[in-house]
Design a protein around this ligand. Structure first.
Ligand SMILES: Nc1ncnc2c1ncn2[C@@H]1O[C@H](COP(=O)(O)OP(=O)(O)OP(=O)(O)O)[C@@H](O)[C@H]1O
Ligand SMILES: [Mg+2]
Length: 588
């Protein structure tokens, strides 16, 4: 809970203090109204004008507090709610971004907890401070009411406490409802996904061509029917249990009022006492209606705080640097070697890469070829240090990659990926983020554009590098897949002194001649020794491109089955030669 309170203060200290003060004022003003009525009535009966004035002042203050609370409290807590949710988002982003490798993305736990924190927990966490203060205030109210009634008769002091079992029953009913909601979460998620599928542009083409709209509507209706039936039953049960327990409480309270009335008749209590006991019932009952749900929210908050703690511990643990880290070399002199590298994705039963040994000499271009799913991208991710080998090691000029600082290593990598990101920024920034320190240097961006051959994309943009890209913006330029890929490739080639350049099918959406030209140009610059011994790892299914690499490795089901130059592999007549022949024949 301390974590959640600190989150509120981090989001806005001023609003947090205001919320606490306002909740306190609301409660105090309710009590003031109740007490002022007693004072007024007692004073009126005793013909004490001073007492009437005092009572009227207290009543006025109480009512003013009450009236002020409603609009002010609502808007302040809403503002705070928004600020806390934004702070929560930033905290989640920081935690996830601090995790240096990709391993954790593959752990279903992380995905589930993040999902809960981002959706279900957002609202309660946003209102955590209001909830906690309200609960404390409610306990205060019950204590005051107990004292006021206990003065009449010690046993009457217990009557306000009778609300406790009531809250408990309500809490149980809410929990039962909550469990039903969790149980039906699958169907709710399904309905949500189907809705998204029908309404987002991505699926638009296929939905229409395959005419699956009606089918999706039916599935949506079926999923909705399943979860709403269960939820209906649960919420009726909760409502019935609640009402019944309230009736019991009300009967008890009426009995208590009768006792005080009887005492008044006997002259042991004043008319004001009777009014006080009756008026105190109102906030107790009224607030219990909100306090009941507050208790369920409290238990949900507890779970949410637990999840938040789990995530921050995980991020702290994962981002702790290994004890002895060294910097990457300034230039590659020898080679990057994979020594018996085996790798299995977290949770996978079979390894994706098995006993891969491969030497990539400094300054050379290595091409990886192989079927879909062979493990090419996985190998590339290991080289980038995004995953660590399960067994074996990657050696960079004699240093184990594990001992090289992750961040430093990655700052020496240029990368274009198969599943690249559409950074919906200004075109120049979308390229510039490839090397943040040089993001606003026009020459750096121009060089990257030239390296990737993406000049044609930029020429067609209305404002050149200052054009806003992406569908999320009203005036954002819509690019074709190939154009996006060229932007991504320019971004990938921003850095000037890489040690490794990985090109994992970054050109799959380009036409073969564009790809061919790109690699020709690229290989020429690499060979010219611009790159302080940097190695280039290229993945492509196009043999017309691959053949120009210095070294070609054939990857088959996670193993490197053959390595050599194009001529060597052709002379050997293995898989590579066969595939090459097939592709060349089909192209002619
Ligand atoms: N994050 C992941 N978690 C678990 N398994 C994965 C993950 N990513 C890839 N795999 C599995 O690893 C295997 C190799 O995938 P990889 O992406 O390396 O293939 P690839 O050779 O690059 O194929 P393609 O030519 O289609 O790009 C596949 O069987 C795939 O299902
Ligand atoms: Mg791949």
């Amino acid at each position: 809970m301390a974590r959640l309170i600190s989150l509120a203060f981090e989001a806005s200290a001023v609003l947090s203090v205001l919320v606490v003060a306002l909740v306190g004022t609301a409660l105090t003003s309710m009590l003031m109204v109740a007490v002022s009525l007693k004072l007024l009535i007692d004073a009126a009966i005793q013909h004490s004008s001073g007492g009437v004035v005092a009572g009227a002042i207290v009543a006025g203050l109480g009512l003013a507090g009450n009236v002020a609370w409603l609009p002010l409290g609502a808007s302040v807590s809403l503002r705070l709610q928004e600020r806390i949710q934004a702070a929560l988002d930033r905290r989640l982003m920081t935690h996830v971004a601090r995790i240096p490798t990709l391993e954790l993305y593959d752990r279903p736990e992380l995905a589930q907890k993040l999902q809960l924190l981002m959706n279900d927990d957002r609202f309660p966490i946003g209102g955590a401070l209001v909830t906690l203060t309200s609960v404390v205030a409610y306990v205060g109210l019950l204590a005051v009411a107990s004292v006021a009634m206990g003065v009449q008769h010690p046993l009457l002091g217990l009557v306000p406490m009778a609300v406790v079992p009531l809250l408990w029953v309500g809490y149980r009913a809410d929990r039962a409802w909550e469990r039903t909601r969790e149980r039906t979460a699958g169907d709710q998620q399904l309905a949500h996904e189907l809705f998204r599928l029908c309404t987002t542009p991505d699926a638009g083409k296929e939905l229409r061509i395959f005419d699956v709209g009606d089918d999706i509507l039916e599935r949506h209706a079926a999923a909705e029917a399943r979860f709403s039936k269960a939820l209906n039953r649960a919420s009726w049960n909760a409502a019935l249990v609640r009402s019944a327990s309230w009736l019991v409480f009300a009967a008890g309270y009426v009995a208590a009022v009768l006792v005080v009335v009887q005492r008044a008749v006997d002259g042991q209590a004043t008319a004001g006492d009777v009014v006080l006991v009756i008026t105190l019932a109102l906030p107790i009952v009224m607030l219990a209606g909100t306090a009941g749900p507050y208790l369920s929210v409290l238990s949900q908050l507890n779970a949410a705080a637990e999840r938040l703690r789990w995530l921050s511990d995980l991020a702290a643990e994962a981002s702790r640097p290994a004890p002895a880290t060294s910097s990457p070399p300034t230039e590659l002199l020898g080679s990057i070697r994979l020594e018996d590298v085996t790798f299995a994705y977290p949770g996978a039963s079979t390894p994706t890469l098995t006993d891969v040994s491969l030497a990539i000499p400094a300054g050379s271009v290595l091409a990886l070829v192989g079927e879909n799913g062979a493990g090419k991208s996985t190998l590339v991710k290991l080289l980038c240090g995004l995953y660590e080998p399960t067994a074996g090691r990657i050696v960079v000029d004699g240093f184990d990659l594990r001992d090289i600082d992750h961040e430093d290593w990655r700052s020496r990598i240029c990368a274009g990926f198969q599943d690249f990101v559409h950074f919906e920024l200004l075109a120049g920034d979308s390229i510039g983020v490839g090397d943040l320190p040089r993001r606003s240097q026009p020459e750096a961006i121009a060089t990257a554009i030239q390296r990737a051959g993406s000049g044609d994309v930029l020429v067609r943009l209305a404002d050149g590098l200052d054009t806003q890209l992406g569908r999320s913006w009203t005036d954002g330029a819509q690019l074709s897949t190939g154009q996006w890929q060229k932007i991504a490739l320019s971004r990938g080639l921003m850095r000037d002194d890489p040690l490794v350049v990985v090109l994992d099918e970054p050109t799959a959406a380009l036409d073969p001649s564009a790809e061919h030209q790109l690699f020709q140009r690229f290989a020429a610059t690499v060979r010219a020794g611009r790159d302080n011994g940097a190695v280039t790892v290229l993945v492509s299914h196009r043999f017309s491109t691959v053949r120009f690499a210095d070294l070609i490795a054939v990857v088959d089901e996670g193993r490197v089955t053959d390595v050599g130059s194009h001529d060597e592999l052709m002379a050997r007549g293995g898989t590579y030669a066969e595939l090459y022949e097939i592709q060349m024949r089909n192209y002619q």
